[in-house]
Design a protein around this ligand. Structure first.
Ligand code: DO4
Ligand code: MG
Length: 291
């Protein structure tokens, strides 16, 4: 079962429940947000969902929106798969730091986006205008509530500049955090309705000029750390009153010299979570112009 945030045919933003691609309920309070739900303990959320399943199913869906709102933050873990560690060593003048963090007890965690900065399904993502080597990063994202409990999973695209990060690792925030650098969706699959998040096929296809230009496949079974370990480090001495969405790292990195280009379309398919499609533009001006 999935939580879906959508715009209705009357223009209101609604939070609904989906099963088998059908809307099966909405929340009794019409203005309920996802960040409201992420303030609850998981047992309270499960009870509210039971109640919502009896709610109005007639609020028709026009457009699925990014599954994030309010004060929920997006964070990301890095170098959690062997392929990511290898790719960073290739691109960097300081390869040793990536090998060290892959082995270390403390994971690499970095801030990625606020709700306002996230692109939803079908919306534009961007590469930076001052970067010449850019990649999408298809990732399983864990949705945690204010209490650090895992509530669900969604798909993330941690779009990144390899040239900027490769030049100097201290440039990581600029390589990772800019307008159009994060996409999430299409929905949040509830944790208790999903068998095993450690056995999910992840596929990415990059379309250029209407044809498949790059494609690859991996599986979450290559993730070096557990989701609980990553969430527990994120919440250590940090608080998230509206919950947090943590991208768990990438294992699919297109080989050099691949770089994303304007008008490419990135399709990420994760088993049980759906498909996230996003067209690419270059730079903030194109992003704002075409929104
Ligand atoms: O170390 C830089 C970021 C790594 C990352 O985003 C990933 O492994 O997915
Ligand atoms: Mg990443």
């Amino acid at each position: 079962m999935q939580l879906v945030r959508y715009r209705s045919t009357t223009g209101t933003i609604v939070l609904g429940l989906m099963a088998n691609n059908r809307l099966v309920g909405t929340f009794p309070a019409p203005n309920t947000t996802l960040s409201d739900l992420l303030r609850l303990h998981i047992d309270e959320l499960r009870m509210l969902i039971e109640y919502a399943l009896q709610g109005n199913k007639e609020i028709a869906l026009e457009k699925v929106l990014a599954p994030i709102d309010g004060s929920t933050e997006v964070w990301a873990a890095g170098v959690t798969y062997k392929r990511s560690e290898e790719a960073r060593r290739e691109e960097s003048d300081t390869p040793n730091i990536y090998a060290r963090v892959y082995q270390a007890e403390r994971p690499e965690l970095f801030f990625k986006a606020t709700a306002r900065r996230v692109s939803g399904p079908g919306e534009l993502i961007a590469v930076r205008s001052d970067s010449h080597w850019d990649v999408p990063e298809p990732e399983l994202a864990v949705v945690a509530n204010a209490h650090g409990e895992i509530v669900g999973y969604t798909i993330a695209n941690d779009v990144s500049s390899r040239s900027i990060e490769g030049e100097n690792p201290l440039y990581l925030p600029q390589a990772k955090v800019y307008s159009g650098s994060c996409a999430l969706g299409p929905t949040i699959t509830l944790a208790w309705t999903m068998p095993d998040p450690r056995q999910l096929k992840i596929q990415m296809q990059i379309e250029r000029g209407g044809k498949t230009y790059w494609e690859g496949e991996t599986n979450t079974n290559g993730l070096k750390r557990s989701m609980e370990e990553l969430i527990s480090y994120l919440y250590r001495d940090n608080d998230f009153p509206g919950g947090a969405i943590l991208c768990t790292g990438t294992a699919l990195v297109p080989e050099h010299p691949f770089t994303l280009e304007q008008d490419d379309v990135v399709h990420i398919d994760i088993e049980q979570l759906g498909i996230l499609h996003n067209p690419v533009v270059r730079g903030k001006a194109a992003l704002l112009h075409r929104l």
